[in-house]
Design a protein around this ligand. Structure first.
Ligand SMILES: NC(=O)c1ccc[n+]([C@@H]2O[C@H](COP(=O)([O-])OP(=O)(O)OC[C@H]3O[C@@H](n4cnc5c(N)ncnc54)[C@H](OP(=O)(O)O)[C@@H]3O)[C@@H](O)[C@H]2O)c1
Length: 336
């Protein structure tokens, strides 16, 4: 298989700690270069992670003719601008979630993607993790019976005013940072988008961002979803899917560790969980798998794992969540 050369746009924490280590495990690609606004920072990461080239500007990275794919982990408010610049430089782009902060930006990027004939994906690494693929297979098999309810929680505590998650102008807040996961995964599991939402968001007075948010979503099939996300609560994450006959539990749904098996539990209609069946999946690195899935889409000219059209739907749902919080009512969502 042809090896694609990746370039990393900034020394973001997620890039340095998770995504580049995942890329480096793969035989299917090469990490060729990293750029930072500060050459010293880029050079330090390049040396530590054995990346051949360090650039002192994002523009220099985009001008490198050896680079095939740009990974964009900039703060949320810079995703569209730098994804557009990378496309115009003829690069494929895997951009961190949330790719969009407004639905309006979707059409511009879709046009650019089509014009330059490149692949552009939203980096929801969970979709590449075998535990989510197995969860979907269990649901599709009918084992749980008719699907009734998705219930999700995702939280951590971070009150650092310098952190991008706590800066409103950067697209900070719990909903954009982690609320996008229940939105994306419920849509993935059920193969449909919610048609209406209602939400209550607690806004932090200092940051102006949402820090404790609860959401209900309804799907046209009758499935309901409810989730809570917080940037100021104890670190916790869990997803349950309730069918008419059985319940599925994903124990560490979003940050599955790479060095231990992931756990799915299926529980029969039994309140004491005596009939619970535990499934262990071998350890895997969802960032490595995400990159390999994206390379395959490029090389085989198939659809990106999470497309720009998916990103537009995710954004449309999150916009409706903010609107619902503002108006205090259900908001209908027009699915294209
Ligand atoms: N998929 C996941 O598991 C996951 C997990 C965490 C975060 N994320 C996403 O990844 C992105 C980055 O998150 P992060 O926590 O890694 O962020 P971060 O550590 O704050 O990194 C952001 C980087 O962007 C660059 N940058 C350019 N302009 C900036 C500005 N005005 N202010 C601050 N930084 C600026 C900086 O790199 P240079 O100084 O090198 O130029 C900085 O290191 C976000 O979109 C987030 O949603 C995804």
């Amino acid at each position: 298989m042809q090896k694609l050369n990746w370039g990393i746009l900034s020394t973001a924490k997620i890039a340095v700690e998770k995504v580049i280590p995942g890329l480096l495990k793969s035989d299917d690609l090469a990490v060729r270069a990293i750029a930072s606004r500060n050459l010293e920072k880029a050079g330090k990461v390049a040396e530590e992670l054995n990346i051949p080239v360090a650039y002192d500007s994002y523009e220099a990275l985009l001008s490198d003719p050896e680079i095939d794919v740009i990974y964009n982990p900039l703060p949320n408010h810079l995703h569209v601008e730098w994804t557009a610049k990378a496309i115009e430089a003829g690069k494929h782009v895997l951009c961190e979630k949330p790719l969009l902060l407004t639905v309006q930006d979707a059409e511009h990027l879709i046009k650019l993607r089509n014009k330059y004939n490149v692949k552009v994906g939203e980096a929801f690494m969970v979709k590449s993790h075998p535990q989510w693929q197995r969860a979907k297979a269990i649901i599709d098999s009918g084992l749980l019976g008719g699907i009734r309810l998705y219930q999700g929680t995702f939280s951590y505590f971070n009150a650092d005013p310098q952190n991008i998650r706590n800066i409103a102008n950067y697209g900070g807040g719990a909903m954009w940072d982690i609320g996008c996961y229940p939105v994306m995964t419920s849509r993935y599991l059920f193969g449909e988008s919610p048609t209406r939402v209602i939400a209550s968001l607690q806004i932090d007075e200092q940051f102006g961002t949402d820090v404790l948010s609860t959401v209900q979503m309804e799907f046209s099939s009758g499935i309901k979803a409810q989730f809570a996300v917080s940037t100021q609560a104890a670190a916790y994450q869990r997803v349950h899917v309730l069918g008419t006959e059985k319940e599925l539990e994903i124990m560490i749904p979003f940050n599955a560790p790479t060095d231990q098996p992931t756990v799915l539990r299926v529980n029969s209609a039994d309140i004491l969980r005596k009939n619970e069946v535990e499934e262990l999946l071998p350890p895997s690195d969802q960032y490595q798998l995400q990159a390999e899935d994206f390379c395959r889409a490029i090389l085989e000219n198939t659809s990106e794992p999470v497309t720009l059209e998916d990103a537009r739907d995710h954004c449309r749902i999150i916009e409706a969540i903010f609107e619902s919080n503002k108006k205090g009512t259900w908001i209908n969502i027009q699915v294209p």
